[in-house]
Design a binder for this molecule. Structure first.
Ligand SMILES: Nc1ncnc2c1ncn2[C@@H]1O[C@H](COP(=O)(O)OP(=O)(O)OP(=O)(O)O)[C@@H](O)[C@H]1O
Length: 242
């Protein structure tokens, strides 16, 4: 059903170079409101770079990013946050000396979004109530990831980019966070998930894009992807055969 909606994000022929190396080499895809799209691919295939360009951390060297009908490639992260794009980081960087509550307060103030979730709601929904008044430095890595997510959600994004949020979570935590992510998508939020855990990707995504060397090599469901010879070759040939 979500596939019938107009895309909120369209990425066309995106190029990102580091020196002479093409981390993204003509990547195109779209995501619609309420959809959870997985970006998968072997190490170094360009997943995080895609997130970094879409979230404004890097300017693209070619191609186009269109968010909500407006070109957004090369627009700075803080401006994109106010337009409705936010993200989490593989390695979260909260204000370590501030409490969890204060970290969320900063994000709420920064976002200034009407209709943003409240601090008690965020603390409750992401299991941070018990540690609300502890400095972020005291949190374990799963809690730091949850704080990073609440920080992004406090700005009320319409497009949320999750970069390896699930890494390091135990199976029970994975099930729980999968439910939370699906609940966010059911509110109409578009979500792009970069993740190596295929079971988790299968559980939450509507569709995946498989990347290799900065290009899309497959688009469709994960169940179909794992039967594609080219996808199998990239994962098994590239990562495990040597
Ligand atoms: N800031 C940078 N400077 C130079 N090279 C970079 C930079 N960021 C990424 N790269 C290179 O671009 C390629 C793509 O990296 P990227 O982090 O996007 O891959 P990835 O698919 O997210 O990998 P992983 O699954 O290991 O996180 C890699 O070869 C990486 O070394």
């Amino acid at each position: 059903m979500s596939r019938e909606k107009a895309p909120i994000l369209k990425v066309s022929k995106l190029v990102k170079r580091f020196g002479g190396f093409h981390a993204l080499d003509g990547l195109s895809f779209h995501v619609v409101p309420g959809e959870i799209l997985g970006l998968v691919g072997p190490n170094g295939s360009g997943k995080t770079t895609a997130i970094n360009v879409i979230s404004g951390l890097y300017a693209p060297d070619g191609g186009e990013v269109v968010f909500d009908g407006t070109s957004s490639g090369g627009v700075a992260s803080h401006r994109l946050v106010h337009r409705g794009i936010n993200r989490t980081f593989q390695v979260p960087k909260p204000f370590l000396s501030l409490t969890v509550r204060e970290n969320i307060q900063v994000a709420l103030a920064y976002g200034g979004a009407t209709g943003a979730p409240s601090i008690p709601e965020l603390l409750e929904d992401f299991r941070l109530k018990e540690v609300a008044d502890r400095p972020a430095a005291d949190l374990n890595s799963a809690q730091q990831k949850m704080l990073d997510l609440t920080r992004a959600l406090a700005t009320r994004p319409r497009l949320l980019l999750l970069d390896e949020l699930a890494a390091g979570l135990n199976p029970a935590e994975l099930d729980w966070i999968a439910g939370r992510i699906k609940a966010l998508a059911s509110t109409g939020m578009a979500i792009i998930v970069v993740e190596h855990l295929m079971g988790f990707i299968e559980q939450i995504t509507d569709r995946v894009i498989v990347l290799n060397a900065g290009k899309e090599i497959f688009e469709g469901t994960l169940a179909t992807a794992v039967r594609e010879p080219q996808v199998i070759e990239v994962f098994l040939g590239g990562e495990h055969a040597h």
